[in-house]
Design a protein around this ligand. Sequence first.
Ligand SMILES: Nc1nc2c(ncn2[C@@H]2O[C@H](COP(=O)(O)OP(=O)(O)OP(=O)(O)O)[C@@H](O)[C@H]2O)c(=O)[nH]1
Ligand SMILES: [Mg+2]
Length: 337
Amino acid sequence: MFRDECEVEVQGGKGGDGAVSFLREKFVPFGGPDGGSGGDGGSVVLEATESVNSLLRVGRRPLFKAEDGRPGGPRNRSGSKGAELRVQVPVGTQIYDAARGHMLRDLVHPGASCVVAAGGRGGRGNASFASAVQQAPRRSEPGHPGEARRLRLELKLIAEVGLIGLPNAGKSTFLAAVSQATPKIADYPFTTLAPEVGIAAVGEDEILVVADLPGLIEGAARGAGLGHRFLKHVERCSVLLHLIDVSDEPTLAPAEALRIVSQELEGYSPELARRPRIIVATKCEDPAAEQRALELERNAGRPVRPISAVVGTGIPALLAEAYALVHATRVGMPGGG
Ligand SMILES: Nc1nc2c(ncn2[C@@H]2O[C@H](COP(=O)(O)OP(=O)(O)OP(=O)(O)O)[C@@H](O)[C@H]2O)c(=O)[nH]1
Ligand SMILES: [Mg+2]
Protein backbone atom coordinates (compact mmCIF):
# COMPACT_ATOMS: atom_id res chain seq x y z
CA MET A 1 0.00 0.00 0.00
CA PHE A 2 1.00 3.55 -0.55
CA ARG A 3 2.11 5.13 2.68
CA ASP A 4 2.26 8.86 2.72
CA GLU A 5 3.20 9.68 6.31
CA CYS A 6 5.90 8.58 8.72
CA GLU A 7 7.94 9.65 11.73
CA VAL A 8 11.70 9.42 11.95
CA GLU A 9 14.40 10.43 14.38
CA VAL A 10 17.26 12.47 12.95
CA GLN A 11 20.51 13.25 14.65
CA GLY A 12 23.48 15.28 13.52
CA GLY A 13 26.92 13.84 14.21
CA LYS A 14 28.74 14.96 17.38
CA GLY A 15 31.68 17.27 16.91
CA GLY A 16 35.10 15.75 17.57
CA ASP A 17 36.78 16.67 20.87
CA GLY A 18 39.57 19.18 20.95
CA ALA A 19 42.97 17.77 21.88
CA VAL A 20 45.33 18.68 24.72
CA SER A 21 48.89 18.31 23.62
CA PHE A 22 52.26 20.04 23.92
CA LEU A 23 55.03 20.19 21.46
CA ARG A 24 57.81 17.88 22.67
CA GLU A 25 61.05 18.04 20.81
CA LYS A 26 64.53 17.29 21.93
CA PHE A 27 65.89 20.82 21.90
CA VAL A 28 62.69 22.68 22.66
CA PRO A 29 62.35 22.41 26.44
CA PHE A 30 59.06 24.28 26.78
CA GLY A 31 57.22 23.53 23.59
CA GLY A 32 53.93 25.38 23.22
CA PRO A 33 50.44 23.85 23.22
CA ASP A 34 49.60 22.19 19.91
CA GLY A 35 46.31 20.33 20.48
CA GLY A 36 44.16 20.61 17.35
CA SER A 37 40.40 21.11 17.15
CA GLY A 38 37.90 18.36 16.57
CA GLY A 39 36.12 18.11 13.22
CA ASP A 40 32.48 19.17 12.91
CA GLY A 41 29.87 16.45 13.00
CA GLY A 42 28.01 15.69 9.75
CA SER A 43 24.47 16.98 9.21
CA VAL A 44 21.38 15.09 8.19
CA VAL A 45 19.89 16.52 5.01
CA LEU A 46 16.59 15.59 3.40
CA GLU A 47 16.57 15.88 -0.34
CA ALA A 48 13.59 15.73 -2.68
CA THR A 49 13.94 13.46 -5.66
CA GLU A 50 11.65 12.07 -8.31
CA SER A 51 13.29 8.67 -8.10
CA VAL A 52 11.32 7.74 -5.01
CA ASN A 53 7.57 8.18 -4.84
CA SER A 54 6.61 7.15 -1.35
CA LEU A 55 7.86 7.51 2.21
CA LEU A 56 7.79 3.76 2.62
CA ARG A 57 11.49 3.15 2.69
CA VAL A 58 12.34 6.18 4.82
CA GLY A 59 9.66 5.21 7.34
CA ARG A 60 11.15 1.76 7.83
CA ARG A 61 14.30 3.19 9.36
CA PRO A 62 13.73 4.67 12.82
CA LEU A 63 16.94 6.72 13.12
CA PHE A 64 19.06 8.65 10.68
CA LYS A 65 22.33 9.65 12.29
CA ALA A 66 25.13 11.43 10.49
CA GLU A 67 28.77 10.65 11.15
CA ASP A 68 30.61 12.15 14.16
CA GLY A 69 33.57 14.46 13.66
CA ARG A 70 37.01 13.02 14.53
CA PRO A 71 38.95 14.39 17.53
CA GLY A 72 41.78 16.81 17.07
CA GLY A 73 45.36 15.58 17.38
CA PRO A 74 48.80 16.79 18.38
CA ARG A 75 50.79 19.11 16.12
CA ASN A 76 47.68 21.19 15.54
CA ARG A 77 46.01 18.50 13.50
CA SER A 78 42.30 19.12 13.20
CA GLY A 79 40.00 16.13 13.25
CA SER A 80 38.24 15.33 9.99
CA LYS A 81 34.63 16.28 9.55
CA GLY A 82 31.84 13.75 9.84
CA ALA A 83 30.18 12.90 6.53
CA GLU A 84 26.82 14.41 5.73
CA LEU A 85 23.91 11.97 5.59
CA ARG A 86 21.60 12.69 2.65
CA VAL A 87 18.20 11.06 2.81
CA GLN A 88 16.10 10.96 -0.33
CA VAL A 89 12.42 11.68 -0.01
CA PRO A 90 9.77 12.12 -2.69
CA VAL A 91 9.05 15.49 -4.23
CA GLY A 92 6.12 16.96 -2.31
CA THR A 93 7.32 15.88 1.13
CA GLN A 94 6.43 18.24 3.93
CA ILE A 95 8.74 18.16 6.93
CA TYR A 96 7.29 18.81 10.37
CA ASP A 97 8.90 18.95 13.78
CA ALA A 98 6.99 16.10 15.42
CA ALA A 99 7.25 17.48 18.96
CA ARG A 100 6.26 21.06 18.24
CA GLY A 101 4.09 20.42 15.25
CA HIS A 102 5.28 23.26 13.04
CA MET A 103 6.36 22.78 9.46
CA LEU A 104 10.07 23.12 8.82
CA ARG A 105 10.02 22.91 5.08
CA ASP A 106 7.96 21.90 2.09
CA LEU A 107 10.11 20.18 -0.51
CA VAL A 108 8.09 21.01 -3.59
CA HIS A 109 10.76 20.87 -6.27
CA PRO A 110 13.05 18.04 -7.32
CA GLY A 111 16.52 18.62 -5.89
CA ALA A 112 15.31 20.87 -3.06
CA SER A 113 16.98 20.00 0.23
CA CYS A 114 16.86 20.95 3.87
CA VAL A 115 19.25 20.43 6.81
CA VAL A 116 17.04 18.78 9.42
CA ALA A 117 19.72 18.08 12.05
CA ALA A 118 22.93 20.09 11.96
CA GLY A 119 26.12 18.39 13.06
CA GLY A 120 27.77 19.62 16.26
CA ARG A 121 30.79 21.90 16.07
CA GLY A 122 34.14 20.37 16.81
CA GLY A 123 35.68 21.35 20.18
CA ARG A 124 38.73 23.60 20.22
CA GLY A 125 42.08 22.08 21.11
CA ASN A 126 44.33 23.59 23.77
CA ALA A 127 46.35 25.45 21.11
CA SER A 128 43.33 27.76 20.72
CA PHE A 129 43.36 28.67 24.37
CA ALA A 130 46.96 29.90 24.48
CA SER A 131 47.39 33.57 25.32
CA ALA A 132 50.12 35.85 26.66
CA VAL A 133 49.15 35.10 30.23
CA GLN A 134 48.23 31.48 29.72
CA GLN A 135 51.00 29.98 27.68
CA ALA A 136 50.46 26.35 28.57
CA PRO A 137 46.71 25.81 28.75
CA ARG A 138 45.63 22.29 29.68
CA ARG A 139 42.13 23.16 28.64
CA SER A 140 40.33 21.92 25.54
CA GLU A 141 36.73 21.78 24.53
CA PRO A 142 34.70 18.65 24.03
CA GLY A 143 32.86 18.38 20.71
CA HIS A 144 29.36 19.83 20.66
CA PRO A 145 26.48 17.40 20.28
CA GLY A 146 24.63 17.39 16.98
CA GLU A 147 21.04 18.54 16.76
CA ALA A 148 18.49 15.82 17.36
CA ARG A 149 14.79 15.90 16.68
CA ARG A 150 11.87 13.80 15.72
CA LEU A 151 10.34 14.56 12.36
CA ARG A 152 6.98 13.83 10.89
CA LEU A 153 7.07 13.56 7.13
CA GLU A 154 3.98 13.91 5.07
CA LEU A 155 3.75 13.43 1.36
CA LYS A 156 1.24 15.87 0.09
CA LEU A 157 0.65 15.78 -3.60
CA ILE A 158 -1.92 18.37 -4.36
CA ALA A 159 -3.05 17.54 -7.83
CA GLU A 160 -2.82 20.52 -10.10
CA VAL A 161 -4.54 18.82 -12.98
CA GLY A 162 -7.55 16.53 -12.63
CA LEU A 163 -8.54 14.02 -15.32
CA ILE A 164 -12.25 13.84 -15.78
CA GLY A 165 -14.46 12.00 -18.22
CA LEU A 166 -16.77 9.06 -18.70
CA PRO A 167 -15.63 5.59 -17.67
CA ASN A 168 -13.27 4.12 -20.28
CA ALA A 169 -12.34 7.53 -21.69
CA GLY A 170 -8.66 6.68 -21.22
CA LYS A 171 -7.87 8.66 -18.06
CA SER A 172 -5.74 6.02 -16.37
CA THR A 173 -3.94 5.23 -19.62
CA PHE A 174 -3.11 8.91 -19.93
CA LEU A 175 -1.73 9.07 -16.37
CA ALA A 176 0.36 5.95 -16.99
CA ALA A 177 1.70 7.49 -20.21
CA VAL A 178 2.79 10.77 -18.63
CA SER A 179 4.08 9.63 -15.23
CA GLN A 180 5.63 6.76 -13.30
CA ALA A 181 2.27 5.95 -11.77
CA THR A 182 0.87 2.51 -12.52
CA PRO A 183 -2.90 2.80 -12.35
CA LYS A 184 -5.05 -0.14 -13.29
CA ILE A 185 -6.22 0.01 -16.89
CA ALA A 186 -8.93 -2.13 -18.46
CA ASP A 187 -11.54 -2.03 -21.19
CA TYR A 188 -14.48 -2.01 -18.81
CA PRO A 189 -16.02 0.94 -16.97
CA PHE A 190 -15.16 1.83 -13.37
CA THR A 191 -11.70 0.36 -13.47
CA THR A 192 -10.48 3.21 -11.30
CA LEU A 193 -12.10 3.17 -7.87
CA ALA A 194 -9.94 5.67 -6.01
CA PRO A 195 -8.01 8.71 -7.19
CA GLU A 196 -4.40 8.16 -8.04
CA VAL A 197 -1.78 10.81 -8.44
CA GLY A 198 1.26 10.90 -10.69
CA ILE A 199 3.97 13.41 -11.49
CA ALA A 200 4.39 14.32 -15.13
CA ALA A 201 7.59 15.91 -16.35
CA VAL A 202 7.02 19.00 -18.45
CA GLY A 203 10.01 20.07 -20.49
CA GLU A 204 13.39 19.97 -18.75
CA ASP A 205 12.67 20.45 -15.07
CA GLU A 206 9.08 21.38 -14.49
CA ILE A 207 6.52 19.03 -13.07
CA LEU A 208 2.79 18.75 -13.12
CA VAL A 209 0.88 16.73 -10.52
CA VAL A 210 -1.91 14.89 -12.27
CA ALA A 211 -4.80 13.08 -10.61
CA ASP A 212 -6.57 10.20 -12.29
CA LEU A 213 -10.15 10.07 -11.11
CA PRO A 214 -12.92 7.52 -11.35
CA GLY A 215 -15.25 7.92 -14.30
CA LEU A 216 -18.25 10.20 -14.09
CA ILE A 217 -21.65 9.12 -15.34
CA GLU A 218 -24.97 10.80 -15.80
CA GLY A 219 -26.44 11.53 -12.38
CA ALA A 220 -23.04 11.56 -10.66
CA ALA A 221 -23.77 14.90 -9.05
CA ARG A 222 -26.87 13.33 -7.48
CA GLY A 223 -24.92 10.30 -6.31
CA ALA A 224 -24.92 7.85 -9.23
CA GLY A 225 -21.87 5.71 -9.94
CA LEU A 226 -18.63 6.38 -8.16
CA GLY A 227 -17.82 9.76 -9.59
CA HIS A 228 -19.65 11.86 -7.01
CA ARG A 229 -17.51 10.63 -4.16
CA PHE A 230 -14.49 11.87 -6.00
CA LEU A 231 -15.78 15.11 -7.34
CA LYS A 232 -14.52 16.60 -4.10
CA HIS A 233 -10.98 15.67 -5.16
CA VAL A 234 -11.46 17.58 -8.38
CA GLU A 235 -12.21 20.68 -6.37
CA ARG A 236 -8.58 21.02 -5.42
CA CYS A 237 -7.30 20.86 -9.01
CA SER A 238 -6.69 24.18 -10.68
CA VAL A 239 -7.09 22.81 -14.23
CA LEU A 240 -9.24 20.00 -15.56
CA LEU A 241 -8.53 17.82 -18.54
CA HIS A 242 -11.79 16.54 -19.88
CA LEU A 243 -11.05 13.34 -21.77
CA ILE A 244 -13.43 12.22 -24.49
CA ASP A 245 -13.09 8.97 -26.41
CA VAL A 246 -13.21 9.57 -30.18
CA SER A 247 -12.33 6.01 -31.24
CA ASP A 248 -14.83 4.04 -33.27
CA GLU A 249 -16.19 2.31 -30.17
CA PRO A 250 -16.79 5.01 -27.60
CA THR A 251 -19.11 4.48 -24.63
CA LEU A 252 -21.10 7.46 -25.89
CA ALA A 253 -20.87 9.74 -28.90
CA PRO A 254 -18.25 12.44 -28.25
CA ALA A 255 -20.75 15.31 -28.17
CA GLU A 256 -22.87 13.40 -25.64
CA ALA A 257 -19.80 12.64 -23.54
CA LEU A 258 -18.99 16.34 -23.48
CA ARG A 259 -22.52 17.33 -22.57
CA ILE A 260 -23.03 14.79 -19.80
CA VAL A 261 -19.80 15.39 -17.96
CA SER A 262 -20.21 19.17 -18.25
CA GLN A 263 -23.71 18.86 -16.88
CA GLU A 264 -22.52 16.77 -13.92
CA LEU A 265 -19.82 19.27 -13.09
CA GLU A 266 -22.35 22.08 -13.25
CA GLY A 267 -24.77 20.11 -11.07
CA TYR A 268 -22.12 19.50 -8.49
CA SER A 269 -20.67 22.95 -8.42
CA PRO A 270 -21.07 25.80 -10.91
CA GLU A 271 -17.70 27.06 -9.76
CA LEU A 272 -16.14 23.75 -10.78
CA ALA A 273 -17.82 23.93 -14.17
CA ARG A 274 -16.09 27.27 -14.77
CA ARG A 275 -12.68 25.94 -13.76
CA PRO A 276 -10.15 26.15 -16.65
CA ARG A 277 -10.74 23.02 -18.69
CA ILE A 278 -9.06 21.57 -21.74
CA ILE A 279 -11.14 19.27 -23.91
CA VAL A 280 -9.06 16.31 -25.02
CA ALA A 281 -10.01 13.82 -27.74
CA THR A 282 -8.49 10.47 -26.73
CA LYS A 283 -7.54 7.36 -28.70
CA CYS A 284 -7.11 9.56 -31.75
CA GLU A 285 -5.07 7.25 -33.95
CA ASP A 286 -6.60 7.22 -37.40
CA PRO A 287 -8.10 9.71 -39.88
CA ALA A 288 -11.65 8.77 -38.88
CA ALA A 289 -10.91 9.56 -35.24
CA GLU A 290 -9.27 12.84 -36.25
CA GLN A 291 -12.46 13.65 -38.14
CA ARG A 292 -14.54 12.96 -35.03
CA ALA A 293 -12.23 15.20 -32.99
CA LEU A 294 -12.81 18.04 -35.48
CA GLU A 295 -16.56 17.49 -35.37
CA LEU A 296 -16.42 17.64 -31.60
CA GLU A 297 -14.51 20.89 -31.83
CA ARG A 298 -17.16 22.39 -34.10
CA ASN A 299 -19.90 21.11 -31.87
CA ALA A 300 -18.28 22.41 -28.69
CA GLY A 301 -17.32 25.75 -30.20
CA ARG A 302 -13.94 25.56 -28.49
CA PRO A 303 -10.56 23.94 -29.13
CA VAL A 304 -10.22 20.18 -28.78
CA ARG A 305 -6.78 18.62 -28.37
CA PRO A 306 -6.42 15.25 -30.06
CA ILE A 307 -4.07 12.76 -28.39
CA SER A 308 -3.20 9.10 -28.33
CA ALA A 309 -1.84 7.82 -25.04
CA VAL A 310 -0.82 4.61 -26.78
CA VAL A 311 1.14 6.23 -29.61
CA GLY A 312 2.12 9.31 -27.60
CA THR A 313 0.90 11.89 -30.10
CA GLY A 314 -0.26 15.27 -28.83
CA ILE A 315 0.89 14.62 -25.28
CA PRO A 316 3.92 16.94 -24.86
CA ALA A 317 1.97 19.88 -26.29
CA LEU A 318 -1.01 19.09 -24.07
CA LEU A 319 1.14 18.93 -20.94
CA ALA A 320 2.80 22.23 -21.83
CA GLU A 321 -0.60 23.85 -22.33
CA ALA A 322 -1.89 22.45 -19.03
CA TYR A 323 1.24 23.61 -17.24
CA ALA A 324 0.89 27.14 -18.60
CA LEU A 325 -2.76 27.18 -17.62
CA VAL A 326 -2.03 25.94 -14.09
CA HIS A 327 0.45 28.72 -13.56
CA ALA A 328 -1.67 31.41 -15.17
CA THR A 329 -4.55 30.29 -12.97
CA ARG A 330 -2.49 30.40 -9.81
CA VAL A 331 -1.27 33.90 -10.44
CA GLY A 332 -4.86 35.01 -10.90
CA MET A 333 -6.20 33.19 -7.85
CA PRO A 334 -6.60 35.08 -4.61
CA GLY A 335 -4.10 33.68 -2.15
CA GLY A 336 -2.44 31.64 -4.89
CA GLY A 337 1.30 31.61 -5.24
N1 LIG B 1 -6.19 2.60 -28.81
C1 LIG B 1 -6.15 3.26 -27.65
N2 LIG B 1 -6.75 2.74 -26.59
C2 LIG B 1 -6.70 3.43 -25.44
C3 LIG B 1 -6.05 4.69 -25.35
N3 LIG B 1 -6.20 5.14 -24.08
C4 LIG B 1 -6.91 4.20 -23.43
N4 LIG B 1 -7.23 3.16 -24.23
C5 LIG B 1 -8.00 1.95 -23.87
O1 LIG B 1 -9.25 2.32 -23.35
C6 LIG B 1 -9.66 1.45 -22.29
C7 LIG B 1 -10.00 2.24 -21.05
O2 LIG B 1 -8.82 2.88 -20.58
P1 LIG B 1 -8.65 3.39 -19.09
O3 LIG B 1 -7.42 4.20 -19.09
O4 LIG B 1 -8.77 2.29 -18.11
O5 LIG B 1 -9.93 4.33 -18.97
P2 LIG B 1 -10.43 5.18 -17.71
O6 LIG B 1 -10.95 6.46 -18.25
O7 LIG B 1 -9.38 5.26 -16.70
O8 LIG B 1 -11.63 4.28 -17.21
P3 LIG B 1 -12.33 4.19 -15.75
O9 LIG B 1 -11.25 4.05 -14.73
O10 LIG B 1 -13.17 2.99 -15.84
O11 LIG B 1 -13.11 5.44 -15.59
C8 LIG B 1 -8.50 0.48 -22.10
O12 LIG B 1 -8.80 -0.70 -22.79
C9 LIG B 1 -7.32 1.20 -22.74
O13 LIG B 1 -6.36 0.30 -23.23
C10 LIG B 1 -5.41 5.21 -26.52
O14 LIG B 1 -4.80 6.29 -26.53
N5 LIG B 1 -5.50 4.45 -27.63
MG1 LIG C 1 -9.32 4.59 -14.84
